[in-house]
Design a protein around this ligand. Structure first.
Ligand SMILES: Cc1cc2nc3c(=O)[nH]c(=O)nc-3n(C[C@H](O)[C@H](O)[C@H](O)COP(=O)(O)OP(=O)(O)OC[C@H]3O[C@@H](n4cnc5c(N)ncnc54)[C@H](O)[C@@H]3O)c2cc1C
Length: 326
């Protein structure tokens, strides 16, 4: 298997629509390596506003010699998914990975696998891996409309009565508490999907008194609320004041202003970039992370600048730089 950090190249072999606004992309890496662990993703290079960036896509089991991903076109796209869905057979790709931030744990206990929308992509490989190892599991696949849900026929054929579909516009919306109540007392929940569904599952998990050690998830990034506004960040400790434009995250703008900040996941999950907030004027913090609790978000003492921002105005933050700690 390739190292996470190798820069690799591939040729796109096929691009196929598989649901409304979702395409399946098969590509053949030039080095011929296609192996991956369930839950892994690749990071594909895209050019956004003239800058080289990467976008992550979970790997789906594919025919021999190919890697397979599926990309949903995001309406408020800065350019990544919009470029990916325009790919055609014969195009070249630059990517790295596979990387696995959402590895499976096979321990014989029951698994409730919940996929929301395009979050089905890593769950297909997890469900297949569970089935192959004889792990007890159920796959619950939730979406707003049947037409928007990719790979419905494939997952129905592969997982049979271990698959449950929950479709909002067919009045079978997913009920987090009901699903969790059917899971064995020592069972685990693995989730991938939108933040709103993640919030619902977390509330139900907490209400059921279950252990957070058994709740595993990967989100595909923030919703992007308030991304139309610019605002000012002031960091008195470093004498820095910078305007965050709509197309940049607060973290990106602070780094571009010369601040050296710690960060890791860049999707509001790990909390490494969290900064203490000392004042907010003329605007409101829009928390888009899944790291802080509801109480912490309401209290507003900290912000995850990789995804969260202000809907206008000005925020004063400190950094975690402590010269006396060195
Ligand atoms: C591990 C992992 C696996 C993934 N797997 C898949 C997959 O299998 N399939 C798939 O379709 N996607 C997947 N994604 C998501 C994917 O990487 C991209 O985030 C997605 O394609 C959107 O990219 P974009 O450039 O079009 O959108 P972006 O422009 O990056 O926008 C993404 C979201 O951020 C918001 N946003 C816009 N501007 C800002 C701003 N200034 N600050 C903060 N937020 C902003 C947007 O409103 C939007 O909701 C995965 C992500 C991760 C991390």
């Amino acid at each position: 298997m390739k190292s996470t950090f190798d820069r690799r190249t591939a040729v796109v072999v096929a691009v196929q629509p598989v649901a409304t606004d979702v395409v399946r992309i098969d590509f053949a890496p030039d080095d011929g390596e296609t192996g991956f662990e369930s839950g892994a993703h690749v990071d594909v290079e895209v050019t956004i506003a003239g800058r080289r960036e990467t976008r992550s896509y979970s790997l789906i089991p594919a025919p021999a010699g190919l890697c397979r991903i599926a990309v949903k076109r995001v309406p408020a796209s800065r350019g990544g998914s919009a470029a990916m869905v325009r790919l055609a057979a014969g195009d070249r790709l630059v990517f790295s990975g596979p990387t696995n931030d959402f590895p499976a744990v096979f321990d014989g206990r029951e698994k409730l696998l919940v996929a929301g929308g395009i979050g089905i992509t890593p769950m297909i490989s997890h469900a297949r891996a569970c089935a192959r190892r004889g792990e007890p599991f159920r796959l619950v696949y939730a979406g707003r409309t049947r037409a928007g849900m990719a790979f419905l026929d494939e997952v129905a054929a592969e997982f049979g009565d271990r698959l449950e579909l929950r479709i909002s516009d067919e009045a079978t919306r997913l009920d987090p508490a009901a699903q969790i109540s059917r899971l064995a007392a020592d069972g685990a929940l693995w989730f991938c999907g939108p933040h709103r569904l993640l919030d619902g599952l977390r509330h139900a998990w907490k209400a059921a008194g279950r252990s957070w050690l058994d709740f595993r998830f990967e989100s595909f990034g923030a919703r992007g609320d308030a991304c139309g506004s610019s605002f000012v960040v002031s960091v008195p400790r470093h004498g820095v004041e910078v305007t965050v434009p709509p197309e940049r995250s607060m973290l990106e703008a602070m780094e571009a202003a010369g601040l050296d900040l710690m960060s890791f996941c860049l999707r509001g999950e790990c909390g490494l970039c969290a900064l203490p907030v000392t004042a907010v004027e003329g605007g409101r913090i829009v928390h888009m992370d899944v790291f802080f609790s509801d109480e912490e978000k309401a209290n507003g003492a900290s912000i995850c600048p990789c995804v969260s921002r202000l809907d206008g105005g000005r925020i004063t933050v400190d950094t975690n730089y402590r010269p006396d700690a060195i």
